[in-house]
Design a protein around this ligand. Sequence first.
Ligand SMILES: [Mg+2]
Length: 124
Amino acid sequence: MAKSLMIIDDSATMRKIIMRTMRMSGLEFDQPQEAGNGKEALEKLSNGPVDIVLCDINMPEMNGMEFVKKAREMSSCADTKIIMVSTESAQDLIDSVIADGANGFINKPFTPEKFQEKLSPFMN
Ligand SMILES: [Mg+2]
């Protein structure tokens, strides 16, 4: 069965680029859900969890760091894999978001190969 996916990024253009890159990576997902910030994502997730979330860090209203903490408080999202996708590259920040419950980190700009490498462990 195809995995369900949510893409969270405040840039609609970036969400499209991520979607296109996902397709190029050969990974198969159902029609993905999209959200423009963490708050909108939590609202959508309260209607039903997804398997994999790709999440930006810098966003208005609720950023990716806050989103990870809140999502990890939701028992329905216990099995959801959250992969951060960001231009941030400071190791402290990456370590801290992983400690808060994120499952991986992909730097922008990214390639289909990078998506394949980082997401395939979660596709089974
Ligand atoms: Mg952003």
